[in-house]
Design a binder for this molecule. Sequence first.
Ligand SMILES: O=C(O)c1cc(=O)[nH]c(=O)n1[C@@H]1O[C@H](COP(=O)(O)O)[C@@H](O)[C@H]1O
Length: 232
Amino acid sequence: MPSPIIVAVDFPDTKSAWNFIDRVDPQDCRLKIGKELFTLAGPDFVKLIQNKGFDVFLDLKFHDIPNTVAKAVAAAADLGVWMTNVHASGGARMLQAAKDALYHYGKDAPLLIAVTVLTSMELADLREIGINASPLEQATRLAVLAKNCGLDGVVCSAKEVQSFKIRLGSQFKLVTPGIRPAGSSADDQRRIMTPQRAIAAGSDYLVIGRPITQSPDPQKTLKDIMATLDLK
Ligand SMILES: O=C(O)c1cc(=O)[nH]c(=O)n1[C@@H]1O[C@H](COP(=O)(O)O)[C@@H](O)[C@H]1O
């Protein structure tokens, strides 16, 4: 069974990124390329990683007017990535435009995932930006919107997964960052859960960065985390 772990390859330069990538096995994880490395190294870097056999989640969290997001999502599809994402808070017309842009790619289209409430945010952060709902309420509102617009799933906290699986169905993919093995630092994350509990709750994919990328032996840490998971 393919690994549910997506490693967030967040590094300040390509040399350190390659040093990491060369030490992990594409059988054991997929790789997420985000704003830092994509800004530094661009599409060619993504292609090189794909050529090494890794599925790539291009995490650029597009959030703009519908036309701009549609074009950006199509550019991600042209790169041949496995998964890409947009912010659900861009609204229904933006989400629909993103979905429509992938129509012509058929089965080669990347999975299109909407970010709900960032896992670094808690109640007080939502209040600060004028949202008077709990993270669960706000994430639910955005996840329902994403599902109604035909997206493949959402990025959410593992704390929301149990409720979302019931409400949104088993086919709707739940991608959960904010994953921290017991005893590791939360860093800037707020709504966190252990890998074992996140999988037990129903997460489809675990996004894990620093606990693996900063490990002296990333492949061993990856295997250790996989050994804790009860995969069905
Ligand atoms: O879309 C994401 O991947 C994402 C959404 C979210 O709500 N929270 C979140 O942490 N992420 C990403 O997941 C990764 C988490 O990294 P670590 O905190 O190092 O495990 C980072 O690359 C974030 O950009």
